[in-house]
Design a protein around this ligand. Structure first.
Ligand SMILES: [Zn+2]
Length: 214
């Protein structure tokens, strides 16, 4: 007997099992207490960003300063800046701030990446032990966040957690891209190109499906 999963209706054309669990998730954003604590924390971050990164490549200093680990959400600026580690949603949110501070147009990127199934238990244990939600980690696939710079209809995707640019042809193996949504939850109809792959902003797609290699 197969239990009927409680699912948010998926309006996209090609619902794929690998991204369905996270289809309704919105990109992470940092919260602000509207008080001095967060104002100071954000100012500190922007000052660090100015001194640690000149605007070439991506702001690799962020993941060096804040290694990857569990975050509890909502995550406030003041808590994030004091954290010893933060998750990929925080990495992405901070990186968007970093790019914007350099005058670069940047949009959020959500990914479903393939993972070794045996990592699931480890991830769930580590996140739960910190009081953080482990729902990002699924069986053989995991939700991930990054961001994309956008210029003249072309995007480049920066994965702040691993401090490198991603390519849509990473279709096999661990961390390969099962699905991607560029631009968050609002579909504008605008089509951008990511290294030859055409993607409508705000819509989940499978790079393999779009490239016709599925
Ligand atoms: Zn605060």
């Amino acid at each position: 007997m197969t239990p009927v999963a409680e699912m948010t209706p998926v309006t996209e054309v090609m619902p794929a099992a690998e991204w369905a669990p996270w289809a309704a998730w919105a990109p992470s954003t940092l919260s602000h207490h509207d008080r001095e604590c967060c104002t100071t924390a954000r100012a500190w971050f922007l000052a660090m960003n100015r001194s640690m990164w000149r605007g070439h490549g991506g702001p690799a200093w962020i993941a060096q300063r804040f290694p990857w680990g569990p975050s509890r959400w909502p995550l406030y600026w003041c808590d994030a800046m004091e954290a010893e580690e933060v998750d990929c949603g925080a990495h992405a949110a901070l990186t968007i701030e970093a790019f914007q501070a350099r005058g670069i147009h940047v949009v959020p990127v959500q990914l479903v990446q393939r993972q070794e199934p045996h990592h699931l238990l480890h991830f769930h244990g580590r996140w739960s032990a910190d009081g953080a939600s482990p729902d990002w980690a699924g069986e053989g696939a995991a939700y991930h966040e990054a961001c994309a710079t956008l210029l003249d209809g072309r995007v480049e995707v920066w994965d702040a957690t691993v401090s490198s640019w991603l390519s849509p042809d990473q279709l096999r193996g661990v961390r390969s891209i099962a699905a991607v949504r560029i631009g968050g939850t609002i579909a504008t109809g605008e089509v951008v190109t990511w290294r030859g792959l055409e993607i409508s902003l705000g819509e989940w797609v499978s790079p393999a499906g779009v490239a016709g290699e599925g």
